[in-house]
Design a protein around this ligand. Structure first.
Ligand code: ADP
Ligand code: MG
Length: 681
């Protein structure tokens, strides 16, 4: 018997060359191969008659060879072999391209065929069917044939053969779902499922196998989240007994909204419990999450702990640094900034101060979480725009310091089912109120004919002393695409349209320090127009910006548009968002028009999710979710709910038991979360 961890090269027919092709599909071991699931099936189990064949619909049928196959040489590299077959209903001409084997079809003998007739000619014809003798093992006919994801050079038959061998020489992956749960939810045992997914006897069996494997993935994932939650709930941390926020509130230039106060209260309660807080704050763009973070940081510091605030981009980290140090320094809080683009020397210096406890609140990018940052007494970790931080990163954070409190903030309103999946280990607070006086951003959808008017509008805003964002879907022009590219568009605007205005450019391919330079210059009012890609999407705050033009708006997801639009309307002046598009697809236009009328981020997110499915919704790299092999977040959410319940029941009943199943489950959870981290950033 072979082991699951053995390389696939132990299989017949897989040498170094084939192995390289399999490697492109991320298949290295027998286990990878067995977990390479079909993306669909062809049902070749039903036998058709020739007269019932429909053009272009492949089908399986049994027929007798009516003459001796004849091959004619058409030209160099093209041989045609022709033969006629028949059943009791009709005759059919078969043509094979460059397939001398077909000459071996025997006159008077019956075979099973699988192929599609083409209706192009008078009378039926079929090109390149596959066939097998009546007494052969069904491989390409009379069975449900799995269709695998492939790569160039690797055929479905190659994969099929390899998988079949793998299943024959080693056991299926271990069972991780206890029998009781399998029975309750009607779930196949692992062994059966892994075999049936590759070699189902009929479509019903394939479906059963699929159901089990989807259930399994969600079960593992939610069990992992439950275990994390449980482990954290068992942890102890110092009780914060100084929960007086008066000095902090007294320093604010405005009164907090009811929602902000409510959420801050929930946080205060968490901090007084003596177990680490795990809270997600969801709030639409502009709902004032930063103040909630600041309040939490204030409490940590007044209780003699350090706080860390992680932002997804340097720009955002700097912005938080600027606004929070202004706010908190007068209260005696020492604030520091640590980002990846600082010089190594400055980083070292800053880390020394963090380690010595000379800084109370440290703001930074991912650099903050790297292992070389040691805190003297870390009590609170805040992750801003959290959907970019995965489960694994969350758990890595908790490992820092003495079980710090965790506060994550997300501006992407996430539909409940999905939130459960992503944040199953967190409590959720919602900031459902915008600060007073916040005006809606009037949004319009226009075509290219409006260009002169758009330009005039931009000029008017600039002349009023306000600033303008122009967002493009691409950085550079690419062949064959007429998308507005930021680099070229910035040049055009500066040279040809607004020679007298200051046009700046910002895109993701610029160096971190350059990006920061441009962004902070814009924030200081040193440019009138900022042409940018979606790098400005996240959290940047320039209250003086009152107009955003989004070019080729149909290229963006609705949630993304919503985030972008949230960059204007942050100050006292009336703000506008103009979407341009060349796209005339009625659905697209309807979608964008609906967006113009809605300002509710939750509604927009729901719509977006419905339209695109969660993979695109977050962008595969952003979700921090594992790449599920079988489960789809779009269509399998019902199974998710069930699996979640099952995993919770099980963890409660016997999560800490020492059964082989429990051990296998824990191992699998580790692998899944590792894969989640592998897909990040
Ligand atoms: P987001 O939730 O998108 O992170 P921010 O925290 O950046 O929102 O807040 C957006 C703007 O609103 C900032 O300029 C902030 O100073 C301001 N703000 C926050 N809370 C209030 C409030 N209660 N009243 C007035 N302005 C506020
Ligand atoms: Mg924010």
């Amino acid at each position: 018997m072979a082991r699951l961890s053995d390389p696939i090269t132990i299989l017949r027919g897989i040498g170094p060359a084939k192995a390289k092709l399999f490697a492109q599909l991320n298949i290295f071991t027998l286990e990878d191969l067995i977990c390479h699931f079909p993306r669909g099936y062809e049902d070749r189990t039903k036998l058709a008659t020739i007269s019932s064949l429909q053009p272009d619909v492949p089908a399986c049928f049994r027929a007798m060879v009516m003459n001796t196959p004849r091959t004619s040489h058409i030209r160099k590299g093209l041989d045609l072999t022709k033969v006629q077959v028949a059943d009791h209903t009709a005759r059919l001409n078969l043509t094979f391209f460059n397939n001398r084997y077909a000459e071996q079809l025997q006159y008077g003998k019956e075979y099973y065929f699988y192929g599609a007739v083409s209706g192009d000619f008078i009378g039926y014809n079929m090109t390149n069917p596959v066939y097998e003798t009546l007494d052969s093992q069904p491989v390409t006919t009379r069975r449900v044939l799995p269709v695998y994801p492939l790569t160039a050079g690797l055929s479905n038959a190659n994969v099929l053969k390899a998988v079949r061998q793998a299943l024959a020489v080693c056991d299926a992956p271990e069972e991780i779902i206890p029998e009781g749960i399998r029975e309750r939810y009607g779930i196949l045992p692992a062994e059966r499922a892994y075999t049936a997914i590759h070699e189902p006897e009929d479509m019903a069996q394939a479906e059963e196998a699929k159901k089990r494997l989807i259930f399994e993935e969600f079960f593992v994932f939610s069990a992992g989240l439950s275990l994390m939650r449980q482990a954290r709930a068992e942890k102890r941390c110092p009780v914060y007994d100084n929960l007086n926020l008066k000095p902090f509130l007294g320093c604010l230039p405005f009164r907090l909204t009811g929602a902000q106060l409510r959420v801050i209260d929930q946080i205060r309660e968490d901090l007084g419990k003596g177990t680490p807080m795990n809270r997600l704050v969801q709030g639409d763009v502009g709902s004032g999450k930063t103040m909630v973070a600041a309040a939490a940081a204030y409490l940590a510091v007044t209780n003699h702990h350090q706080a860390a605030l992680m932002a997804p981009t340097e720009i955002l980290a700097e912005q938080h640094y600027t606004s929070l140090s202004k706010l908190l320094t007068p209260l005696g809080i020492r604030v520091g900034l640590l980002t990846g683009s600082m010089t190594p020397k400055n980083k070292t210096l800053l880390r020394e101060r963090i380690a010595a406890g000379e800084l109370d609140l440290v703001i930074g990018t991912h650099a903050l979480v790297t292992d070389s940052t040691v805190f003297s007494n870390l009590g609170l970790v805040i992750a801003d725009e959290q959907h970019r931080f995965g489960v694994k990163q969350r758990s890595k954070l908790s490992a820092k310091g003495q079980a710090p409190h965790l506060l994550v903030m997300s501006a992407t309103p996430i539909p409940r089912t999905l939130a459960l999946l992503m944040y199953g280990d967190l409590e959720v607070s919602v900031l459902d109120e915008l600060p007073p006086g916040r005006q809606t951003v009037d949004t319009f959808l226009v075509g290219e004919s409006y260009r002169p008017r758009i330009n005039a509008f931009i000029r008017k805003h600039a002349e009023n002393g306000n600033q303008i964002y122009v967002v493009c879907p691409a950085v550079e022009e690419t062949d064959g695409m007429s998308l507005k590219a930021a680099t070229e568009w910035a040049e055009t605007l500066q040279n040809a349209v607004f020679p007298d205005l200051r046009v700046a450019l910002l895109h993701g391919q610029m160096k971190g320090a350059d990006k920061d330079g441009v962004m902070s210059a814009f924030a200081k009012g040193e440019a009138d127009v900022l042409v940018a890609t979606t790098v400005i999407e996240v959290g940047v705050d320039v209250p003086n910006a009152t107009l955003m033009v989004i070019e080729d708006a149909d290229r963006f997801g609705l949630s993304q548009l919503h985030q972008l639009r949230g960059r204007v309307g942050r100050g006292k002046d009336k703000s506008y968002c103009i979407l341009t598009t060349h796209n005339r697809n009625p659905d697209t236009v309807a979608r964008l028009k609906a967006f113009c009328k809605t300002t509710d981020g939750f509604k927009i997110a729901q719509e977006d999710l419905k339209m695109r499915g969660p993979g695109d919704f977050f962008g595969a790299r952003q979700s921090g979710l594992p790449a599920f092999r079988m489960a789809s977040l779009g269509s399998d959410l019902d199974t998710l709910t069930v699996a979640q319940k099952a995993s919770r029941d099980w963890i409660e009943a016997c999560g800490d038991s020492d059964t082989p199943e429990a051990a296998a489950l824990r191992k699998r959870i580790g692998e899944l979360f590792d894969r989640a981290e592998g897909t990040m950033n």
